[in-house]
Design a protein around this ligand. Structure first.
Ligand code: PMP
Length: 429
């Protein structure tokens, strides 16, 4: 039972009028805060300032003699593969280093599967009457946007505490040949913060699929993005697929966007050698090679695994107080009211908040009307439609602590306000 349900009508009306008064006071402050995307803050970007000048005019050669100023090196220079492959626990031959964005690699790969047969395909996906993807939700809105853009039908799958509802996933993929893929953010998931359990990874790797060209799109964007010293373990999906006899089932992605610079980092894809060889042939048509100077820059700046781990601890030192502040405000303002529940992530960039059903859109609109931009309600679900209209993604990374505090106080106020209005409406008042 919520605190509001316990109030009598007069109490509820008085409470609502005091909340409305507080809301008007905040509106008068004319806030202008943006918490809509999980962008690193300037202090985080400053951590990588050394990337701007770590190459000299004479330092342009990779260890194997490749002149990084020139064309070539389709799948990345060896030392970049080595620098980044450890955190996906993959071998260099399983890796393609791309450009500055893993999202581009995902879009591009699916577009290629539409146009050309991927290993195991009977036909390019665009020649089929229907292509469907499973979309564990709440999930990453840009994954869903790729599907919508390419005409892929999305099937929403509920998340449980250790990954997607695998009973549902197994049932669907076993019978429907049109289901060609599943989106997964397996570690510190965007936005729920969960990490997939070993059991879930093994079931994904081993489940029988009706489609012979079914793929897992394993977006491991937050693999080294711990907020504490407790690191969530994640089973190696490539290895699990190999052991289950489905070596070509997975394409794994990551990038340094939230390690170095978003938009000027390095993206990477890992898969079986068969998939990688197929993809290299396709990419060879599309480009003469990626930006190897940026790859070299990252190698010079980070040096090795310890360099990246040390750097990520500095990110965590900036981010953790922000996450703590958000959680403290949620707890102090809403903790005993049963009006919302929220995640307490150990890593990644987001806190996922659930309001009472039917409230999220109104809460986000009210926050916007008082100057705080949040990720649009519903964005974390396929087609932007949250079936229960309750999920809100909170991105604490960008605003300074003082602004975060203002934004969170407003958000919790809006949650109380909208919940009270809904309770009043329920009583026909
Ligand atoms: N995947 C997930 C889960 C993300 O949250 C983001 C946003 N940082 C991306 C991919 C985008 O990554 P990139 O910058 O490498 O395109």
């Amino acid at each position: 039972m919520t605190t509001l349900e316990k109030m009598n009508n007069t109490q509820l009306q008085q409470y609502l009028s005091s909340l409305s008064h507080s809301y008007e006071e905040v509106q008068a402050q004319k806030l202008k805060l943006d918490m809509s995307r999980g962008k690193p803050c300037p202090e985080q970007l400053d951590l990588s300032a050394g990337l701007m000048n770590c190459l000299s005019g004479a330092d342009y050669k990779a260890a194997n003699g490749t002149d990084c100023r020139n064309y070539g090196g389709l799948d990345g220079i060896p030392e970049t593969k080595e620098l980044l492959a450890w955190f996906l626990e993959v071998r260099p031959e399983e890796v393609i280093v791309g450009g500055n964005s893993s999202l581009t690699m995902m879009y591009d790969l699916i577009a290629k599967a539409m146009l050309h047969k991927i290993p195991g395909s009977q036909a390019p996906w665009s020649k089929l009457p229907q292509v469907k993807f499973l979309c564990p939700s709440p999930g990453y809105d840009r994954h869903f946007a790729i599907c919508e853009n390419l005409g892929i039908e999305m099937i929403t799958i509920n998340y449980q505490s250790d990954g997607p509802d695998m009973d549902e996933v197994e049932k669907l993929v076993a019978t429907d040949p049109a289901i060609k893929g599943i989106w997964c953010v397996p570690k510190y998931s965007n936005p729920t913060g969960i990490t997939y359990s070993d059991a879930v990874v093994k079931r994904l790797a081993a489940m029988p699929t009706k489609a012979t060209d079914f793929r897992i799109f394993w977006d491991n964007a937050y693999t080294v993005h711990h907020l504490t010293d407790t690191r969530a373990p994640l089973l190696n999906i490539l290895e699990a697929c190999r052991q289950a006899g489905n070596p070509d089932r997975v394409f794994e992605f990551t990038s340094t966007s939230k390690i170095s610079f978003p938009g000027a980092g390095i993206a990477m894809l890992a898969s079986s050698e068969a998939n990688v060889n197929w993809l290299k042939k396709q990419i060879n048509i599309q480009t003469i090679g990626p930006d190897k100077l940026n790859q070299l820059r990252h190698v010079r700046f980070f040096k090795d695994q310890a360099g990246i781990e040390n750097h990520m601890r500095k990110h965590a030192a900036i981010l953790k107080p922000k996450f703590d502040l958000v959680l403290e405000i949620l707890e102090s303002k809403l903790g005993d009211k049963n009006l919302a529940s929220w995640s307490k992530p150990q890593g990644g960039y987001f806190i996922s908040l659930d309001t009472l059903p039917g409230c999220a859109q109104k809460v986000v609109a009210k926050a916007a009307a008082a100057g705080v931009m949040l990720t649009p309600a519903g964005a974390t679900f396929p087609y932007g439609k949250d079936p229960e209209d309750k999920n809100i993604r909170i991105s604490p990374s960008f605003p300074p602590l003082s602004e975060l505090q203002q934004a969170m106080e407003l958000l919790t106020l809006c949650i109380e306000l909208v919940s009270a209005e809904q309770e009043l409406a329920k009583r026909g008042l």
